[in-house]
Ligand binder design. Structure first.
Ligand code: COA
Length: 532
């Protein structure tokens, strides 16, 4: 057993500064989370309650096993857009009758629960998580369907929502729709494509065309209930499998459906007994420097998230700006790759490629802890083959088939983001700390590159180059790139699965590891050609 030590001094000025900065960022993020929880605001929430209805999050809370956690996903989707923060839908993973399920709940207090382009991104990400991790899906439906003013951005790609449901069913992963209210037009295919459908009497309305549309199309007169009420669907059309007396009854029926699924995880169980880390997770607030150019030792983070702070480092003397090693988290074995001093050199890249292959040999999930400015540039490094070595690492990450989890602690720039299993490399989950930043490169570097290019272009045209304009351009670009690198912006784009409090990292990763073990955990049989 190799127990990590700590050099963090919580009484130091540096620690206090870092902690204050992290707490300020956390408060800003909490304020944005509160907006998502507030849904459509007081007016619409009050109206919803007056109608005797539960809010989306209340429905979820009742559906879940008592006192079990809910891992909410993409809570800040749509941040920075014209749409409400949260994108009018709540998604996440919770435990129902002991089964981890993906839950998708429309928020009818936001534009009638209509889906806008951000809702679609969020919904598709949730569906991807359900698919990759073999999770039953429970849709809590009450939505005005497509957000009509932005239909051009959602109508065509939105079709995938329904395809995802039936493909899940084809893989023997059940899909359940609990219909609380409106589910019209395209939305009718939510229950239409689900394995099990529950409708609330007097509330659920499921029809391809509502009364006005039918009148327009055929001249027929009909009311909501006749066209698509729960009673009609339970007794005549057969679209409803269960008729619920009220919302609570629908939730009870949903739970009893899950209870009968005879659900079994395909992955190995965790070790039942494991030790907690030796060091206080509270310290995680003071470890990341406010200036990301200052490196920090990721072993201090590892010591606060893995079982017993026990970490067997692999190749500690080689490629030391990337830490690799084996540990256990909530009883699950993991391999960890963590950036130590920002830059990835050839040695680090080769070490990573070897380590990823080793994890695949033993079916061990991998955790990537990001704090990298990317691969090293310069004559010496190009001659030394930095491209082919970086490519080796990216090959290994791309073709590895064990589950990957990524946490952006600090910088995640350039191809380093790719090599460390960034979003496009499909980690099963990717979370960011409030201190994270991700972009093609740092804002000052990017503005500097643009300036050099513009200067050279002016020179080749024989034109004057204004230093004043250059300074203004740099400042403008730096500000823009800085804003676009921040976690709230990236969360708004659904480029991560959420921003987490560093103190919750162990809990969140433990939940993720439990979720990924719904599938068999099996390493790759082969990789692409490693360029030597
Ligand atoms: N697209 C854009 N905005 C929508 C919307 C949609 N599909 N559905 C509702 N909204 C807006 C409303 O315009 C209203 O906005 P406002 O408060 O700023 O004026 C707000 O959401 C709330 O709608 P409201 O009708 O007051 O809520 P409700 O709870 O009484 O009824 C619906 C909700 C969904 C039953 C009703 O709004 C409706 O029938 N919407 C259209 C449904 C439809 O045909 N969709 C097409 C699907 S492809």
């Amino acid at each position: 057993m190799t127990t990590l030590h700590t050099h963090v001094d919580p009484s130091s000025d540096e620690f206090a500064t870092n902690r204050d900065d992290m707490l300020t960022k956390l408060a800003e993020i909490d304020a944005e989370h509160a907006k998502a929880v507030a849904g459509g605001g007081e007016k619409y929430v009050t109206r919803h309650r007056k109608r005797g209805k539960l809010l989306a999050r209340e429905r979820i809370e009742l559906l879940l096993d008592e006192d079990s956690p809910f891992l909410e996903l993409s809570p800040l989707a749509a941040w920075g857009t014209d749409f409400a923060v949260g994108a009018s839908v709540v998604t996440g993973i919770g435990v129902v009758e002991g089964v981890e399920c993906l839950i998708v709940a429309n928020d009818p207090t936001v534009k009638g629960g209509a889906s806008n382009p951000s809702s679609l991104r969020k919904g598709h990400r949730a569906a991807q998580i359900a698919q990759e991790n073999r999770l039953p899906v429970i849709n809590l439906v009450e939505s005005g369907g497509a957000d009509l003013p932005t239909q051009k951005d959602i109508f065509i790609p939105g079709g995938r929502t329904f395809r995802n449901l039936t493909r899940s069913s084809a893989r023997k992963v059940p899909t359940i729709a609990l219909v609380f209210g409106n589910s019209t037009a395209g939305g009718a295919y939510l229950p239409g494509m689900s394995d099990y459908v529950v409708m609330v009497a007097g509330r659920a309305k499921v029809f391809l065309g509502g009364p006005p549309l039918v009148k327009m199309a055929t001249g027929e007169e009909a009311d909501d209930e006749e066209l698509g009420g729960a009673e009609m669907h339970a007794r005549s059309s057969g679209l409803a499998d269960y008729l619920a007396a009220d919302e609570e009854d629908a939730i009870r029926l949903g739970r009893s459906i899950i209870k009968r699924l005879n659900w079994r995880k395909h992955g190995p169980s965790p070790k039942p007994d494991y030790a907690e880390p030796l060091f206080d997770p509270e310290d995680l607030l003071g470890i990341v420097p406010t200036d990301l150019k200052v490196p920090f030792d990721p072993r201090e983070v590892i010591a606060r998230i893995v079982d017993g702070s026990d970490f067997d480092e692999f190749k500690p003397l080689y490629g030391s700006s990337l830490v690799t090693g084996w540990a256990q988290l909530h009883g699950y074995p993991i391999g960890i790759l963590a950036n130590a001093r920002g830059v990835l050199f050839s040695e680090e890249s080769q070490k990573a490629a070897q380590f990823i292959q080793l994890a695949n040999q033993t079916d061990t999930p991998l955790l990537f802890l990001h704090n990298t400015t990317g691969y090293m540039v310069g004559k010496e490094y190009e001659r030394g083959g930095i491209i082919k070595h970086g490519a080796m690492m990216i090959n290994a990450v791309s073709n590895s088939t064990v589950p990957h989890l990524s946490v952006l602690m600090g910088a995640s720039y350039g191809a380093g983001h790719y090599g460390m299993c960034g979003r496009a490399y499909d980690p099963r989950f990717l979370f960011a700390w409030p201190s994270a930043k991700s972009a093609v490169m740092g804002p000052a570097q990017l503005a500097g590159v643009l300036s050099i290019v513009a200067r050279a272009a002016a020179q080749s045209r024989g034109a004057e180059y204004s230093e004043e304009d250059d300074a203004a351009m740099r400042a403008m670009v730096e500000g823009k790139i800085e804003a676009e690198s921040l976690p709230m912006f990236l969360s708004g784009m659904v480029y991560d699965d959420g921003i987490i409090d560093p103190r919750d990292t162990r809990t969140v990763l433990g939940l993720c590891l439990s979720v990924v073990h719904n599938t068999a955990v099996k390493g790759a049989d082969g990789f692409g050609v490693f360029r030597m």
